[in-house]
Design a protein around this ligand. Structure first.
Ligand SMILES: Nc1ncnc2c1ncn2[C@@H]1O[C@H](COP(=O)(O)OP(=O)(O)OP(=O)(O)O)[C@@H](O)[C@H]1O
Ligand SMILES: [Mg+2]
Length: 162
């Protein structure tokens, strides 16, 4: 990890604002990994990032389709890998091959902006990414962003300055 930043986000409106500001900075090939317990706000945040990237249609959770593609200024690929765990309590049970079968290579090669919920051990297989950790504190959220790689570091700097 090269750079990290933490916010205290008081409500959902503020959460959406934070996500939209990030979305405005992303381009195809950028990967955002979203972690946090069920109901933390990963989908809420991802939808806001999509909006910031120019998606106008509503972005709902890709729970059952696993990968949902949207069109904004660029393509936005929104993943929810939850159902690909043998046991969601155990990260090592993620069906990593099943994840790659969703078309991650093309997205990472510049086909789309990637927003990935429940990434688990997938982080070990991606060169550069922003890792967002959301921790609920009542209606508030503690949001931590970690830059893993040069380009994510640049995005994080611009994001925190925006
Ligand atoms: N500050 C906040 N930020 C985000 N969501 C909030 C906040 N306060 C309350 N909420 C509520 O918390 C819920 C978050 O749900 P969301 O589907 O985004 O979580 P998730 O992390 O994607 O869950 P899952 O693991 O099931 O995919 C929503 O109902 C939202 O309205
Ligand atoms: Mg979700």
């Amino acid at each position: 990890m090269t750079e990290a930043y933490e916010w205290r986000v008081d409500d959902e409106v503020e959460m959406r604002r934070l996500g939209e500001r990030l979305g405005a900075l992303l381009r195809p090939g950028d990967a955002v990994l979203l972690e946090g317990p069920m109901g933390a706000g990963k989908t809420t945040f991802a939808a806001a990032v999509g909006k910031g990237a120019g998606v106008t249609q509503p972005m709902t959770s890709p729970t059952y389709v696993l990968r949902q593609e949207h069109r904004g200024r660029f393509r936005v690929a929104h993943f929810d890998l939850y159902r690909l765990y043998g046991d969601p309590e155990r990260p090592e049970t993620l069906d990593v091959e099943g994840v790659w079968a969703l078309g991650l290579d093309d997205d990472l090669a510049g086909g789309a902006i990637l927003l990935i919920e429940w990434p688990g051990p997938l982080a070990d297989e991606i060169d550069a990414y922003l890792r967002i950790l959301i921790r609920p504190e009542g209606a508030s959220r503690r949001v931590r962003a970690e830059a893993w790689g040069k380009r994510p570091e640049l995005i994080l700097k611009e994001w925190t300055a925006s």
